[in-house]
Design a protein around this ligand. Structure first.
Ligand SMILES: NCC(=O)CCC(=O)O
Ligand SMILES: [Mg+2]
Length: 309
């Protein structure tokens, strides 16, 4: 009766991975319970997800190795995995929202999110590629374009490119405060970028976990450039950032409960050290309590099932 925060399935966005082929389900060992799905199985799974009351998915591709290049040009191939999946989903589950990730890391042979020249990420050159990728995904049916790359200036450039292509209805969810986090490991396994990335890091464009004022500056810039919604990522170690971003700007604020946050609960539960279901529900409730309007999580469909009893 006096509970202050209630979680409902419509708060959740299911993170999902798509792979080539047909009738394929490749379990991801470091993300227990998650698998990469071929487009046909993805569509079937998405029907169930929609029926659970989950409004949207966030989609990530496992690009075949032979299609990864230094410039990541597969990212704007209109027949790439993500674009094919979007078209299939819009034909069969049209009212399930699709959040399309814009960044080059699933497509580059070096695993970085940007164009790499002499060992440096070149910001402005990368923007040209992101623009093409955003337009390709929006044209294929993505409802929300979510630039996760953290290059400076990409929101404004992508907004202008979408509008110029007649895609003014496509929303932009900016990964405004994305930290250079140790919690992304299982995701990199899932999209096959961990071995390419090796010991390299993303600290020249993702944020220092010690910073909060910078998060506000980054978020303000993205809003000024035209973001409709903003994201904080990861979620659980950054509840203060979620709360501050939400109260400072009042924009729809999405939190990304990332792969490592999900996997650590699963791993401890597998060892019998914690009650995994309780810990997962507690994590997601805490993220909502901090101020998130919606939460991207790999546990979305599990949680929606628990909430329905
Ligand atoms: N651009 C999407 C991600 O980087 C996801 C990270 C994660 O789930 O660990
Ligand atoms: Mg920024």
């Amino acid at each position: 009766m006096v509970r202050e925060t209630s979680l409902v399935p419509s708060d959740l966005i299911q993170g999902m991975f798509v792979t080539d082929g047909e009738n394929r389900r490749e379990p991801i060992p470091s993300l227990p319970g998650m698998a990469r799905l071929s487009v046909d199985l993805l569509v079937e799974e998405c029907k169930r997800i929609r029926e659970l009351g989950i409004p949207a998915i966030a989609l990530f591709p496992m690009t075949p190795q032979e299609r990864k290049t230094p410039d990541g040009s597969e990212a704007w191939n209109q027949d790439n995995l993500v674009c094919r999946a979007c078209r299939a989903l819009k034909r069969t589950v049209p009212d399930l929202g699709i959040v399309g990730d814009v960044a080059l890391d699933p497509y580059t042979s070096h695993g970085q999110d940007g164009v790499l020249i002499d060992g440096q990420i070149v910001n402005d050159l990368t923007l040209e590629s992101l623009k093409l990728q955003a337009v390709a995904q929006a044209a294929a049916g993505c409802d929300v374009i979510a630039p996760s790359d953290m290059m400076d200036g990409r929101i404004g450039i992508i907004r202008a490119a979408l509008d110029a292509e007649g895609l003014s209805q496509t929303m932009i969810l900016s990964y405004a405060a994305k930290y250079a986090s140790g919690f992304y490991g299982p995701f990199r396994d899932a999209i096959g970028s961990s071995s390419a990335l090796g010991k390299a890091d993303k600290k020249t464009y993702q944020m220092d976990p010690a910073n909060i004022v910078e998060a506000l500056r980054e978020t303000a810039l993205d809003i000024a450039e035209g973001a409709d919604m903003v994201m904080v990522k990861p979620a659980l170690p950054y509840l203060d950032i979620i709360q501050t971003v939400k109260t400072s700007f009042g924009l729809p604020t999405i939190a990304y409960h990332v792969s490592g946050e999900y996997a650590m609960v699963k791993a401890a539960a597998e060892r019998g050290w914690i009650d995994g279901d309780a810990a997962m529900l507690e994590s997601i409730t805490a993220i909502k309590r901090a101020g998130a309007d919606a939460i991207i999580t790999y546990a979305a469909s599990d949680i929606a099932r628990w909430l329905r009893g």
